[in-house]
Design a protein around this ligand. Structure first.
Ligand code: 4NP
Length: 160
């Protein structure tokens, strides 16, 4: 079982959408039995909330229903997940600030895996409009596909 946690700031825009998209790709490849997927935010403003309605609209238009309720990233997540995948440098430094000395989780920026704009931020769409959420969707879709390819190639024994 590979455990993957997507992390952004509020856990209502980027990371719950990444979670939903990654889960959909994993299900499409019939690998759901091999993965546990979740998301969290480094800020606690929106704890307990469903994703932003624009996030849900963009997801639902593509057949993805998001039911995640926002939660805060905690130090326990370093022990509970194999991969902690952040959306931008700010999330990354917030995560690293909490990292325990015995951490074994692999911590990455999602767009390290993108084929376009490698290493860039997934832009925060919160103060934007629906077109910004569409752009975020496309970035997440592409990056999640390559993230899954990376995990399959390096960490998953698919010779069943
Ligand atoms: P997210 O977007 O980090 O992608 O969920 C944001 C959501 C809320 C806020 C900022 C970013 N906020 O300031 O409340």
């Amino acid at each position: 079982m590979i455990k993957v946690l997507f992390v952004c700031l509020g856990n209502i825009c980027r990371s719950p959408l990444a979670e939903g998209i990654f889960r959909a790709i994993v299900e499409e490849e019939e690998l759901d039995h091999s993965f546990f997927i979740d998301s969290a935010g480094t800020a606690s403003y929106h704890i307990g909330s469903l994703p932003d309605e624009r996030t849900r609209k963009v997801a639902e238009d593509r057949g993805i229903k998001l039911t995640h309720k926002a939660r805060a990233f905690t130090t326990n997540d370093f022990y509970a997940f194999d991969f902690i995948i952040t959306m931008d440098e700010s999330n990354l430094s917030n995560v690293i600030r909490l990292m325990p000395e015995d951490n074994r989780a692999r911590i990455h920026l999602l767009r390290e895996f993108d084929s376009v704009g490698k290493g860039q931020a997934v832009p925060d769409p919160y103060y934007g409009d629906i077109s910004d959420f569409e752009k975020v969707h496309d970035i997440l879709d592409r990056s999640c596909m390559h993230l899954l390819d990376f995990i399959k190639a390096n960490h998953l024994n698919t010779n069943r």
